[in-house]
Every structure is written in structure tokens, then in C-alpha cells.
Design a protein around this ligand. Structure first.
Ligand SMILES: NC(=O)c1ccc[n+]([C@@H]2O[C@H](COP(=O)([O-])OP(=O)(O)OC[C@H]3O[C@@H](n4cnc5c(N)ncnc54)[C@H](O)[C@@H]3O)[C@@H](O)[C@H]2O)c1
Ligand SMILES: CCCCC[C@H](O)CC\C=C/C=C/C=C/[C@@H](O)[C@@H](O)CCCC(=O)O
Length: 256
């Protein structure tokens, strides 16, 4: 897929992996709508992006992916401004084992909400342009992180939902590809102060620390490179890509 002229929406775009995905898509010619709740970080980023790419290839909209109304309004504004949606990156996510219901609401329900609302504009059977949706899971979506059981559940859910949506979209002729990235540890804010984020499991923080020492960490740009691959390679549909410091691997799942 050539990205020039394509319209992308990225959630959690103000920082970390979402910021890197945004920059990668802009570098490759797309127009990007940034959705985030962190208006301060987003506005700082937008100043930089506008200088680099001009005012007409980026738009920031304050949007909480926990809100159906806010996502709906953001997608409507996107279509009104740029004419449609070709690419969606459901990237926003948190780690909070204390407020685990918020973690589920953002990490899993936010991906489902974003997908279903974007399909109203992307689904070819209802007048959409088709396109691609890339969801951000985690390696914790492929195997359990014992210190973060709810986070693990949300990321397993994102992997399963993405793969099921890929099959449904193909079977129903939506013209929308679905892929999921499963990164290992990435140097972002999400990794800061793990103790406070693990709640009742904070005694297991050494498990994480040992894993990070053993497995190493990625930078956000390395993850964004893999997202670009799954966006532009039109043979990729229903793909789950594990990304770790030593490389990356497409996951094969047991056939049912
Ligand atoms: N950092 C890692 O080690 C790692 C590894 C694998 C997967 N991930 C996943 O990558 C995604 C991005 O995380 P990150 O590491 O860049 O973290 P981050 O904290 O640096 O960035 C997350 C962004 O999402 C935004 N956000 C949070 N809640 C939101 C909401 N309700 N609505 C809209 N935006 C919201 C934040 O404001 C922030 O800008 C998450 O889904 C995370 O689970 C992270
Ligand atoms: C507080 C840090 C949480 C970071 C969450 C991010 O999504 C990064 C997740 C990175 C790696 C996850 C690896 C999961 C591995 C499982 O498959 C399993 O093999 C781990 C078993 C190791 C253990 O629990 O001892």
C-alpha cells in the first residue's frame, strides 16, 4: 500500500509507541490524525510535526478511547476534514493492575470500540474505502506475564479479536485487513514505576526486571517499523508479529 494520500488515525499518539507510529506514517507520506487524552504532550508533538510536515498533514483531536461518543466524534471529524479513513492503529493502552477495570476498558474495549466505529467509515460493503487496522497487543498477548494478569488478559484479547476480525472481514468482503503487533519491552512511559502499576502483584516486579535483563528492550521506532510493514504489505491479513530485541517473528497459531 502506497501511503501518499492515505488517511491514518492513531490512538495513544502523543507519546511512546503511538508517537513513533505517527512519525513513521508521516515519513512515508500518510496524513495522520492523532487521538490522545494527554493534550499537553499532544500539543507539544503537534508543534514539532507541523514544522516538519506542514499544517495540513496532521490533526490532533482530544479523545478518550473509553468513550464511544468521543471516538465517534473523532472519526466523524476525520472524515469531514480529510474525506475518509484508510488506516487505523488502535495503540492506546495502560498498565494498571490496581484499577484493572480501567485497563480492560482502555486496552481491550477501546480496541473493540475503535474497530467497530472505524468500520462504519472503512467497510467497503457500507460505502467505505477499505484499508487496514493494526492493533497494538504485546508479547503478553502471546504468553502470560505473571505480574500483570489483567494486562495479559487484555493483550490476549486483542490478539484473538484481531485474528477473528481478519477472518470475518475476509468472509464478509469488508476490504479491511486486520493485523496485530506483539512487542516485548519498549522504552516508554509505560515501563516507568512498575511497582505502582502492578498493584497486588508488585512483589513480582523482580520477575519483570529479570526478563528485561534477559530479553533486553526495544525502542519505539523499532516497533513503528513493524507497524509500517503490516500497514503497507497487503499480503498481511490476520498476522501477529512478535517483536523483541533480537529480532521479530510472525506467529503461527494452532489450526482449529
Ligand atoms: N512499553 C512497552 O513495553 C510495551 C510493550 C508492548 C506493548 N505495549 C503497548 O503499546 C501501547 C502504547 O504504550 P506505550 O508503551 O507507548 O505507553 P505510553 O504510556 O508511552 O503511551 C501511551 C499513550 O496512550 C495514551 N492513552 C492512555 N490512555 C488513553 C485513553 N484512554 N485514550 C486515549 N489515549 C490514551 C497516553 O496518553 C499515551 O500518550 C499500549 O497498548 C501498550 O500496552 C507497550
Ligand atoms: C511492567 C512492565 C510490563 C510491560 C508490558 C509490555 O507489554 C511488555 C511485555 C514484554 C514482554 C512480555 C513477555 C511475556 C512472556 C510470556 O510469554 C512468558 O513467556 C513469560 C514467562 C516469564 C515469567 O513470567 O517468568
Amino acid at each position: 500500500m502506497d501511503l501518499s494520500g492515505k488517511i491514518a488515525v492513531v490512538t495513544g499518539a502523543a507519546m511512546g509507541i503511538g508517537k513513533a507510529i505517527t512519525e513513521k506514517l508521516l515519513q512515508n507520506g500518510a496524513t495522520v490524525v492523532l487521538l490522545d487524552v494527554n493534550e499537553t504532550a499532544a500539543k507539544t508533538l503537534m508543534e514539532d510535526l507541523s514544522k516538519q510536515y506542514g499544517q495540513d498533514r496532521t490533526l490532533f483531536l482530544s479523545c478518550n478511547v473509553e468513550s464511544e461518543e468521543q471516538i465517534k466524534a473523532a472519526f466523524q471529524k476525520t472524515v469531514e476534514t480529510f474525506g475518509g479513513i484508510n488506516i487505523l492503529c488502535n495503540n492506546a493502552g495502560i498498565l494498571n493492575e490496581s484499577d484493572w477495570e480501567k485497563t480492560v476498558s482502555i486496552n481491550l474495549l477501546g480496541v473493540i470500540r475503535g474497530t467497530y466505529l472505524a468500520l462504519k467509515h472503512m467497510n467497503k460493503t457500507s460505502g467505505g474505502r477499505g484499508g487496514v487496522i493494526v492493533n497494538t497487543a504485546s508479547m503478553a498477548g502471546l504468553g502470560p506475564l505473571i505480574s500483570c494478569p489483567v494486562y495479559t488478559a487484555t493483550k490476549h484479547g486483542v490478539v484473538g479479536f484481531t485474528r477473528a476480525m481478519s477472518g470475518a472481514s475476509t468472509a464478509l468482503g469488508y476490504g479491511v485487513r486486520f493485523n496485530v503487533i506483539c512487542p516485548g519491552f519498549v522504552q516508554t512511559e509505560l515501563l516507568s514505576d512498575p511497582n505502582s502499576k502492578m498493584g497486588q502483584f508488585s512483589h513480582l516486579v523482580d520477575v519483570i526486571e529479570q526478563m528485561m535483563i534477559k530479553d533486553g528492550t526495544l525502542n519505539a521506532t523499532e516497533v513503528a517499523d513493524s507497524v509500517l510493514e503490516m500497514v503497507t504489505d497487503e499480503t498481511k491479513n490476520g498476522a501477529a508479529l512478535m517483536i523483541f530485541s533480537k529480532g521479530k517473528q510472525y506467529i503461527t497459531f494452532p489450526s482449529m
